[in-house]
Ligand binder design. Sequence first.
Ligand SMILES: Cc1cc2nc3c(=O)[nH]c(=O)nc-3n(C[C@H](O)[C@H](O)[C@H](O)COP(=O)(O)OP(=O)(O)OC[C@H]3O[C@@H](n4cnc5c(N)ncnc54)[C@H](O)[C@@H]3O)c2cc1C
Length: 373
Amino acid sequence: MINNVKSKDPTLIVGGGPAGASCAWKLASAGIPCILIDKAVFPRDKVCGGALSTRAAEILTSSGILPVKELEALTLAEHRTMSLWYRDELLRTFTSQSTRVRIISRRKFDNTLLDKAVIAGASIITGEVVVAVDSSSVTTSTGKRFFFSNLIGADGYGSLVRKYISGRRGRGTGLGLEYFIPLSDLNDKPEDIQIHFGYFPYGYIWVIPDCEKVNIGAGAVGSPASPSDMTGALNGFLEAMGISCDKYQLHVAPIPSRELERNLGKGNIYLAGDAAGLVDHVSREGIGHAVESGFMVADCIRSGGDRGIFLNRKNCCISIVRQSMFYRHLIFSPFTRRIAMMGLRDNEEYAQGYWNIISGVESYSEMFRRLLQ
Ligand SMILES: Cc1cc2nc3c(=O)[nH]c(=O)nc-3n(C[C@H](O)[C@H](O)[C@H](O)COP(=O)(O)OP(=O)(O)OC[C@H]3O[C@@H](n4cnc5c(N)ncnc54)[C@H](O)[C@@H]3O)c2cc1C
């Protein structure tokens, strides 16, 4: 992989979402020359609920990429209450003392992170699609060739860089669908986060309000449910709320599933965020993991390529996603789902653990350890 690398070549990042921008920010802040290429022109939209967990917010603020005041300015809503439902049955409602989940606009959030990378000294090239990767360079659709010393694939689901190192693009059966309903269109305005189970296997429907709109969506990871089953379930859910889905645009995007790249790449080629499969299989959280993995890859490059520095980290995004791959079977499998739903309804400790995981204040292993005590 390291053939033809000239030491003066910069580090190259493909993709300017949260993974690529945070990696570029950290490298540039450490004085490492880097170029980030994205096919989109920013600000750009990304199909996403825009929910930031407590853990994600801490990663952003404690690193310095987004100081608390700036995160607050980007926040459209702060939530500390969530209700869990199994179809029509309310299982439980949780209220915490402080904010657990924040809602941001991906358009503004991603653009802000990219601006941070520019201010730190990264070179950003937008509107260029990377169409080919080899061991020392990438080529864009306009025929430009960029040589690299290190390459980072932060190019999201279906990553071309991942395809180059593993021979296949990140595939899986994860899917996210969502509608954005303006608050002004609703008589009954939901105020808190709702999670609704039981509409299709290995997933749930969410209702996430902010100050302008309500995001009503359906997500499944590794689901045997077909896109049409999920769309039918989501549309039926909206109709039952008295919302005519024909009036609104359905946004659809794949969510990485099954294929977690535990080593975050090979040799001098790294993967971060969705390209590495870093989306939680239970909560569908990906933004915080994208930022964290972008930082981890930058740390690794700064240390001269020693992957040991992040592979041994406890409770990092890699181990959380790995644990979620196991836990999703307990909560979603047809064999255990009934018990899991009864547990959420009847067992305070277990239900609290689920809320803690979803809102990023406890990892799966911490929750299991606490429950076993
Ligand atoms: C419906 C849905 C809802 C979700 N809700 C949430 C949520 O509420 N909270 C949460 O934490 N996560 C959520 N996620 C997951 C989250 O959106 C992703 O995990 C996150 O965006 C990953 O960031 P990233 O930087 O890895 O990739 P991306 O944000 O996808 O960025 C990848 C970038 O790479 C660029 N790119 C791709 N290919 C090329 C190429 N060939 N050449 C140049 N540029 C390229 C793209 O233009 C893009 O800008 C949701 C996902 C879906 C689908």
